[in-house]
Design a protein around this ligand. Structure first.
Ligand SMILES: *[C@@H]1O[C@H](CO)[C@@H](O)[C@H](O)[C@H]1NC(C)=O
Ligand SMILES: *[C@@H]1O[C@H](CO)[C@@H](O)[C@H](O)[C@H]1NC(C)=O
Ligand SMILES: *[C@@H]1O[C@H](CO)[C@@H](O)[C@H](O)[C@H]1NC(C)=O
Ligand SMILES: *[C@@H]1O[C@H](CO)[C@@H](O)[C@H](O)[C@H]1NC(C)=O
Length: 322
């Protein structure tokens, strides 16, 4: 009976693979800066329930349109460090691997909604990005990065709290939780934080579907319906109250036969601890505002425009009077 079920699943996986989409995991084909559908099949939670969850945003967009710059999710793991996915910050999939300038990002913590602040909201600039040097853009192996914040998160704040790291890999069948911000439809901007339960799947089964190494694991439902999606990347997979995975990739979202793939955090425990230990928690980098220059220029040209128009109108009145 079990064998039959297994065969059926393999069959499902293989029928799926004849679709044109299978060639590349969707994470490859989209720019991380697009707003994409997110947690599928979840329900709304508030940030007090998941105070470790953050939204990493493009500063240039964020400073102009609050809530528009969302790139990836992340999880607070120390007072100055957010754990996220490398593919959100890697420039390209070529050798040598280059990560984007940390100044391009802002971390928004303590917010339930993506498009407005609430009483717990805190914003931090990113002083440094430590992306895994072995991140592979085609297999998405080593899809892990740490963001070093330009300030200490005060621990007494209600909406922001660190999540402890899982020291052991979650066992097969453990129900874990994934989180992210989702647009309900293209028009609906409710953008409330979503949570969904996903079980850790059997390692061999994941290998059959995706050929995953031990540094990656898969979770979700083979019948589909509940899953993470591209915009959730970098966000946490929480098992037994600990950070056990990082949302990495999948084929489609919540499609039958294709569970989500997660970076196996317990596999990177030493990497995380080492990278964190290499950071100087007493160092603060001065980071200039990104959009200030643009704003000034625009304002100046507007006032110049009004001045010219004013002179024009004055000249017209004068000429009529004379
Ligand atoms: C990777 O991206 C960087 C920055 O955009 C660029 O300078 C570099 O040439 C790219 N590498 C390759 C091999 O295309
Ligand atoms: C990524 O992994 C593939 C498959 O193992 C390998 O062929 C390729 O060289 C790797 N790329 C990098 C940049 O390590
Ligand atoms: C995750 O990594 C740990 C440590 O390397 C390993 O023991 C475990 O089997 C991995 N889990 C999965 C699901 O591959
Ligand atoms: C990171 O480093 C800080 C400062 O040394 C330390 O307090 C914290 O426990 C470390 N966190 C992790 C997850 O290693």
């Amino acid at each position: 009976m079990d064998h039959l079920w297994m065969c059926l699943l393999i069959l499902v996986a293989h029928t799926g693979s004849s679709k044109s989409q299978i060639a590349l995991p969707t994470a490859h084909t989209v720019s991380p800066f697009e707003i994409l559908p997110k947690i599928v099949g979840g329900y709304t939670v508030t940030i007090e329930q998941v105070p470790f969850q953050v939204s990493v945003r493009r500063r240039s967009i964020h400073e102009r349109h609050y809530g528009m710059g969302h790139v990836c999710g992340g999880a607070v793991i120390s007072q100055r460090v957010v754990c996220s996915a490398a593919h959100c910050y890697a420039i390209n999939t070529t050798v040598p691997l280059v990560y984007r300038d940390p100044e391009l990002y802002v971390v928004v913590a303590g917010s339930s909604a993506i498009d407005r602040t609430d009483r717990f909201t805190q914003e931090y600039l990113v002083q440094r990005i430590i992306g895994h040097k072995g991140y592979n853009g085609s297999t998405l192996e080593n899809d892990i990065a740490l963001l070093f914040l330009n300030g200490f998160i005060p621990w007494e704040s209600h909406g922001v709290r660190a999540i402890p790291l899982a020291t052991q890999a979650p066992e097969e069948g453990t129900t874990c939780l994934i989180h992210g911000w989702g647009k309900v439809t293209m028009k609906d901007k409710s953008a409330a934080l979503q949570q969904a339960p996903v079980p850790i799947l059997n390692r061999e089964l994941c290998q059959v579907i995706y050929k995953l190494p031990a540094s990656q694991m898969c979770a979700g439902f083979l019948q589909g319906g509940i899953d993470a999606c591209q915009g959730d990347s970098g966000g946490p997979l929480i098992c037994d109250g600990r950070l056990a995975g990082i949302i990495s990739w999948g084929v489609g979202c919540a499609d039958p036969g294709y569970p989500g793939v997660y970076t196996n955090v317990s596999h990177f425990l030493n990497w995380i601890r080492g990278a964190n230990a290499s950071l100087d928690y007493s160092e603060y980098r001065q980071m200039p505002l990104l959009n200030l220059a643009n704003r000034r220029c625009r304002w100046r040209s507007v006032s110049l425009g009004f001045l010219v128009m004013g002179i024009g109108v004055l000249a017209l009145i004068m000429s009529l009077l004379l």
